[in-house]
Design a protein around this ligand. Structure first.
Ligand code: SF4
Length: 239
């Protein structure tokens, strides 16, 4: 697993500026409220929109929703048509499922959790539309817990780099990353890996610009590399 450690060190260094920006996202709040329970709740509700949708679209929809509804309590009482239309115009996939999931999550946060997002996986995954991947992201970015998110892009790049065989489950992949890396690096590696997958090792990988080319057996072999099959264990898209 030395290869995994080397890759994690390279990427967390390369993307540290971006990691810092992601951690400081305000979700429509003043900067001095980053890290507060309201901010954690907004991050959580925003992440409910993630499945099968580009992050940029999710952030745009989140901005519009929190412009219309100024608090989590307001979303709990929101008109579902308004939320649905905001999602649709921002190209959020499965808006018909994500709209009720978001409103119900806001209601549960307000009524059952006194406005606080629970900082544990079991409680997070009890929310409709929240699977293993979204819970990992929330725990890593809202609570600084050592969690590693695995989605289709992470799976694709890990497979290309030859770190994990294609049939490794999401949970097993995350467990090994957490075992191998220092706890305070896991969340940042997770974030930097997502950016690397988007900017460099996408569907058509830019091997010439890749900081990991020397470690990658697939480097430059083909302009386009077939996608690995996704092994869906927790499907937040349809819940
Ligand atoms: S060398 Fe190419 S295939 Fe390998 S990780 Fe870099 S971009 Fe992806």
């Amino acid at each position: 697993m030395q290869k995994l450690i080397d890759i994690a060190n390279t990427l967390t260094f390369q993307y540290q500026y971006k990691i810092g920006m992601v951690r400081k996202r305000t979700f429509g709040l003043p900067e001095d409220r980053v890290g507060t329970p309201e901010w954690q709740a907004r991050r959580f509700l925003t992440n409910i929109m993630l499945g099968k949708t580009r992050e940029e679209a999710v952030l745009r929809a989140s901005y519009d929703i929190f412009k219309e509804y100024k608090s989590v309590k307001a979303i709990a009482a929101a008109d579902s048509t308004v939320i649905f239309n905001i999602m649709r115009r921002n190209y959020i996939e499965f808006a018909e499922n994500k709209t009720p999931n978001m409103i119900e999550a806001a209601r549960r946060l307000s009524n059952d959790f006194h406005g606080y997002v629970p900082a544990n996986r079991k409680a997070l995954q009890s929310f409709r539309g929240v699977g293993y991947h979204i819970a990992s992201i929330v725990l890593a970015l809202a609570f600084d817990q050592p969690e590693f998110g695995v989605d289709l892009h992470v799976r694709r790049v890990m497979s290309r780099l030859g770190i994990f065989p294609r049939n490794t489950s999401d949970i097993e992949m995350a467990r090994i990353v957490k075992d191998v890396l220092p706890a305070n690096q896991v969340g940042n590696f997770s974030r930097s890996f997502v950016d690397f997958g988007k900017r460099v090792c996408g569907k058509t990988p830019k091997c010439k610009d890749c900081p990991l080319a020397a470690k990658c057996a697939r480097s430059g072999k083909r302009a386009r590399i077939p996608e690995p099959q996704q092994l869906i264990l927790f499907d937040e898209r349809v819940a």
